[in-house]
Design a protein around this ligand. Structure first.
Ligand SMILES: CC(C)(COP(=O)(O)OP(=O)(O)OC[C@H]1O[C@@H](n2cnc3c(N)ncnc32)[C@H](O)[C@@H]1OP(=O)(O)O)[C@@H](O)C(=O)NCCC(=O)NCCS
Length: 161
């Protein structure tokens, strides 16, 4: 399929919410809903008020259908995100709709976001990924390395030299 990657806009807020739900529900058997996600501040903060001035995001699209998204956001040290490493390092979120995974869309989105984050002057990007999530292999292949975490999840960082 011909997939286009374009910047995410305010009109994509609902789709980004769907993709945040998909990211939480990466493991079969999980069934967090949109309403649940939006009612959990620790999860809703990745999307609230999208787009904020410093947010950057991309949407993958084919024939007008949105197939995936990735975005980054700076979260404050006094209320750090799951992948927090420093006040000036934004945290990345990503998901592709289930029927279109494994076709290179996620990798394309990730590369677009890395390039845009570099262009915006960010020194690094971070993320949190559960240890069992195969997304970890994609992150490692695109230059992210584990820098910490806990028993359940790794924090990974990508330098933007
Ligand atoms: C992770 C995700 C965004 C990757 O997007 P994608 O379009 O499926 O990935 P791509 O096809 O571009 O790249 C696939 C690579 O990702 C990895 N990968 C990610 N999920 C995978 C899966 N379910 N099975 C196998 N490999 C997977 C592999 O390393 C693979 O590399 P390879 O093609 O060389 O084997 C997508 O699978 C997804 O939405 N997963 C569920 C949500 C999620 O886990 N989000 C991240 C939370 S931290």
């Amino acid at each position: 399929v011909d997939v286009t990657i374009r910047p995410a806009t305010a009109a994509d807020a609902d789709f980004l919410t769907d993709m945040a739900v998909a990211a939480v529900n990466w493991e079969p058997g999980r069934a967090l809903t949109r309403d649940q996600l939006l009612s959990i501040p620790a999860l809703a903060r990745y999307l609230a008020g999208w787009p904020r001035r410093t947010d950057i995001g991309f949407v993958a699209e084919s024939r007008g259908q949105r197939l995936g998204a990735t975005w980054l956001r700076l979260l404050p040290p006094e209320d750090p995100g799951y992948g927090f490493v420093a006040a000036d390092v934004p945290e990345l979120s990503i998901a592709v709709v289930a029927t279109h995974r494994g076709q290179g869309i996620g990798r394309g989105l990730l590369r677009a976001l890395i390039a845009a984050a570099h262009a915006a002057g960010h020194p690094r990007l971070s993320l949190s990924v559960e240890r069992a999530n195969p997304a970890r292999a994609l992150y490692a292949a695109e230059g992210f390395r584990p820098v910490g975490g806990d028993a359940n999840a790794y924090v990974m960082v990508r330098d933007l030299p």
